[in-house]
Design a protein around this ligand. Structure first.
Ligand SMILES: C[S@@+](CC[C@H](N)C(=O)[O-])C[C@H]1O[C@@H](n2cnc3c(N)ncnc32)[C@H](O)[C@@H]1O
Length: 279
């Protein structure tokens, strides 16, 4: 990768020490088989079941380059405005980003996920980890909540900011999830939303071997839906990674949006240029 900011790179590299220490505990002989066996049926209960199984090895499936470039992108763009802000994470999985970011800041993260096993995994990682470079320093707690992002158990306007990394594309009713983001974000706060999603619809096979699209999602459709829910697109970028999950190339989008109830200008009118990061 070219033109990286050395200060941000150093922090992202420290994050990678933490990630590697977790990944080492989750290596498996055949991760591909494990991953592809997880989504047999496409009902929403079995999608959860699939993620419960994936929780056994998830940190080892996500690639180091994906972890690095995701953390780098977050560090470049996240802005904490007030002390002790409450941040919601949707589809947090093991919540490695959230655990690390909460050591650097005083943000209170609420990590939510539909899979109870993913939440348990995050709890176990937090119990069993000391922060790299600071032996004995206890990990600050990230609270975990098992709930679907389409129906969140938080009151209106509870959160200052929201992140969701690599999860929205797995939600058939992703438009409902965006409505929920709008509902739970504070209207008198900064109202930032940081999303990373894949750049293509996710497909899985049902028991007859037929392919079905889980969520037909594109970055344009997401950005239009965000605007319908009064989130203005501040910035978006493609992230292309040569060695993604299981060594397969990955293409994702990063979208930063902000609640704007007054004079939202559409990204389609502004014709913002798409930037690209290659890793
Ligand atoms: C690809 S993993 C990403 C995990 C984590 N954000 C990361 O980047 O390492 C997707 C996560 O989304 C969760 N998920 C899937 N559908 C969901 C839903 N409807 N509501 C909440 N979480 C969901 C899964 O359980 C899984 O942990």
């Amino acid at each position: 990768m070219k033109n990286l900011d050395p200060k941000i790179t150093e922090i992202a590299k420290n994050f990678m020490i933490f990630v590697e220490s977790v990944r080492n505990k989750f290596q498996t002989a055949n991760p591909l088989e494990h991953l592809t066996s997880q989504m047999k049926d496409l009902g929403s209960a079995s999608i959860t079941e699939g993620w419960n199984k994936a929780a056994k090895i998830w940190p080892a499936i996500e690639s180091p380059d994906n972890y690095f470039i995701t953390m780098y992108t977050l560090l470049e763009h996240l802005r904490q405005m007030r002390k002790r802000e409450k941040w919601l994470s949707l589809g947090a999985g093991p919540a490695l980003y959230e655990i690390w970011l909460s050591q650097l800041t005083d943000i209170d993260f609420y990590a939510t996920d539909i899979s109870p096993e993913m939440c348990k995994l995050s709890e176990n990682i937090q119990k069993g980890t000391t922060i790299a470079n600071i032996p004995g320093k206890k990990v600050k707690k990230v609270r975990t909540f098992t709930m679907p992002m389409e129906k969140l158990g938080f009151r209106d306007g509870f959160f200052d900011q929201i992140i969701s990394i690599n999860a929205l594309q797995w939600v058939p009713e992703w438009k409902k999830a965006i409505k929920e983001m709008r509902r739970v974000v504070k209207i008198d706060g900064q109202g930032y939303l940081y999303l990373i999603t894949t750049a293509y619809p996710i497909e899985a096979r049902n028991e007859l071997g037929e392919k079905k699209v889980i969520a037909d999602i594109s970055h344009e459709a997401i950005m239009d839906e965000l605007e319908i829910n009064r989130f203005e697109i501040i910035f978006f970028r493609a992230i292309l990674v040569k060695f993604g999950q299981l060594g397969i190339p990955a293409s994702r989008y990063f979208i930063k949006a902000q609640l704007n109830l007054k004079n939202l200008e559409s990204w389609r009118i502004r014709k913002s240029k798409l930037s690209v990061t290659l890793a």
